[in-house]
Design a protein around this ligand. Structure first.
Ligand code: GDP
Length: 292
């Protein structure tokens, strides 16, 4: 951050609902350092613990397409959305996906939706390092729901479960996705499983197989039973059911007290990682130690 940036002014604009200030604050958070800490301190009282949904699954499964479809359903209920997607320049997502990303950016023409792409910064797979910070900004901006899309590669995508209230795993009938998902541990973290590309002939069978696999999970009394939904993001089929499943899980979280519990856990892990970052910086900035 260059000298002379007036944080108070940007935060003031942000509080008055100026969209460009939201973008600037996220950039400041992305850059890290003392300015990021100052911003966090200023907005802390406005952070309420916004409801977050994580979308994961292999590249090309249809995550962006489905998020695009879902967005209007949330907007119909007048919920304000923050959407975080990982930078398309990431080596994990091919250029062919750009069209869908552009479509997603088009959502931003609705003042109730803010789409932000974050660089994955070499984190293997999953999510950007500053996802938490971007969510904090959306939270303080008064968004009702934040949707987070992972790149969908690698182990670290499992981390999405620690950062969100509801985890949606998106799979496709082709290429034995179900088995891959099991291997990758996605079966453990998913609350809602979506068999997308239901326009493919094998979709029904793949969904039934997935259900059979999920039934083998040990589910305790009163615990959430993962749901399987079939959609076609391309045709817009099954999106109503998908949204209903999300609403059901949200209601379950509230009524079971898990929403509060997860909020506390997320706050704990945020504070912990902030402290580790600060300590790490101190160590790196301490010449004595680095020369050892
Ligand atoms: P992501 O990488 O998981 O975000 O996947 P995208 O949303 O970018 O979709 C990957 C490709 O699959 C795009 O070309 C989409 O148009 C296509 N796609 C998405 N949903 C469907 C679907 O339900 N059926 C079919 N046939 N194609 C789809």
């Amino acid at each position: 951050m260059k000298k002379g940036v007036d944080l108070d002014k940007i935060v003031g604009d942000f509080r008055r609902g100026k969209t460009s200030a939201t973008g600037r604050l996220i950039s400041i958070m992305e850059n890290g350092g003392p300015d990021a800490e100052k911003v966090l301190e200023k907005i802390l009282p406005d952070i309420k613990g916004v409801y977050r949904i994580g979308f994961t699954g292999p590249p090309g499964a249809g995550k962006s397409t489905l998020i695009y479809n879902l967005a209007s359903h949330f907007r119909n209920e007048d919920e304000k959305l923050g959407i975080i997607v990982v930078d398309p320049s990431s080596p994990f997502s091919g250029g062919a996906l750009l069209g869908d990303r552009v479509r997603m950016q088009n959502l931003s023409s609705d003042p109730g939706i803010f789409v932000r792409s974050l660089a994955s910064r070499g984190t293997l797979g999953g999510i950007s390092n500053c996802t938490d910070e971007a969510v904090d900004i959306f939270d303080a901006a008064g968004k009702d729901v934040v949707l987070i899309e992972t790149v969908g590669v690698g182990q670290s995508e499992l981390a999405i479960a620690e950062k969100t209230h509801t985890v949606v795993v998106i799979l496709v009938p082709e290429s034995g996705d179900g088995i891959q998902a099991m291997k990758a541990g996605l079966m453990e973290i998913g609350d809602i499983f979506v068999m997308n590309k239901a326009d493919h002939q094998d979709a029904e069978m793949a969904a039934r197989e997935l259900e059979a696999t999920l039934r083998m999970k040990d589910i305790g009394e009163g615990e959430w039973e993962p749901m399987v939904i079939m959609t076609s993001g391309l045709r817009g089929d099954g999106i109503d059911e998908f949204k209903e499943a999300i609403d059901l899980h949200r209601k379950y979280l509230k009524e079971s007290g898990l929403m509060k519990k997860k909020r506390k856990e997320m706050l704990y892990s945020r504070v912990k990682s902030a402290l580790i970052d600060r300590l790490d910086r101190r160590i790196r900035e301490s010449p004595g130690i680095m020369e050892l």
